[in-house]
Design a protein around this ligand. Structure first.
Ligand SMILES: [Zn+2]
Length: 259
């Protein structure tokens, strides 16, 4: 009798014990059913988190001063990569201005779009675009703001640093922000993140893209290709990404100021 009873109870108790162990381990995440399931079915949410690894692109909209989805609604940013095609722009230290500014423009475009900002690039390939086509594109699309992206060059190779050019300190046809104020915002954000020498904002009355665009416009001269140190920076991936981030922050601040 004793032997038979034992044969019956031992497997039964073992099953109960295994079940109890399973419940305890599940609740303490030792067997993490939920985590396994969610990572296999929610991969889009995992990729959405990715911008978090990029400094400055925060997904917590409430605390980031550069994020304001309401202010970004119904806005269009025109990104104008300088030069292109036969017009290489500055050519020094083995680098061509047209290539650098196109790469940085693509990076800027990605950052702005991730924040829900509509964009338009005046060129997306190595192609010549006349000055008229640049500001006309911005005007015909009723852009909120335009940023033109360039690198500097000078005979004296000791010249280095970052500057931002603007046309007027008066308000243009559209926008509550004037060019000078907009250029200052861009310049401050660029110098803050790039650590380059601050050449300040400069008034230029001879640049069509600034003069004839109806909305706030600024032209960023990120660094001097003719200067060895600046050229090394401009050749690097990290500097280009920082430049794009600085530009995006300036543009976002400017869009908030347009409200
Ligand atoms: Zn240029």
């Amino acid at each position: 009798m004793f032997t038979r009873k034992r044969k019956f109870y031992t497997p039964f108790l073992s099953v109960i014990l295994i079940l109890v162990l399973f419940v305890v381990m599940s609740s303490s995440n030792i067997i993490n059913i939920h985590r396994t399931t969610s990572s296999s079915t929610n991969s889009p949410s995992a990729s959405y988190q990715r911008p978090n690894t990029n400094p400055g692109i925060s997904v917590s909209r409430g605390t980031d001063p550069y994020e304001n989805r309401q202010a970004f609604k119904n806005k269009l940013v025109v990104i104008d990569p300088g030069h292109g095609g036969d017009d290489s722009g500055a050519d020094a230290n083995g680098l061509l201005e047209k290539d650098i500014v196109l790469d940085i423009s693509f990076r800027l475009n990605t950052i702005l779009q991730r924040s829900g900002i509509s964009t338009y690039l005046t060129r997306t390939e190595d192609k010549f675009i006349g000055i008229n086509d640049r500001f006309r594109a911005a005007n015909s699309k009723n852009a909120s703001i335009i940023i033109s992206i360039h690198c500097d060059w000078f005979d004296d190779t000791s010249h280095n640093g970052t500057s931002t050019l603007y046309y007027t300190s008066s308000n243009k046809q559209t926008g509550k922000l004037n060019d000078k104020e907009y250029a200052q915002i861009i310049q401050d954000e660029l110098v803050k993140i790039l650590g380059t020498s601050n050449r300040g904002i400069l008034r230029r009355t001879d640049l069509g893209v600034l003069k004839y665009s109806k909305m706030p416009s600024a032209l960023a001269e990120l660094g001097f290709l003719s200067n060895k140190h600046d050229a090394e920076l401009l050749a690097s991936d990290s500097f280009r990404q920082k430049a794009a981030l600085g530009l995006s922050r300036g543009i976002k601040k400017a869009l908030i100021n347009l409200e």
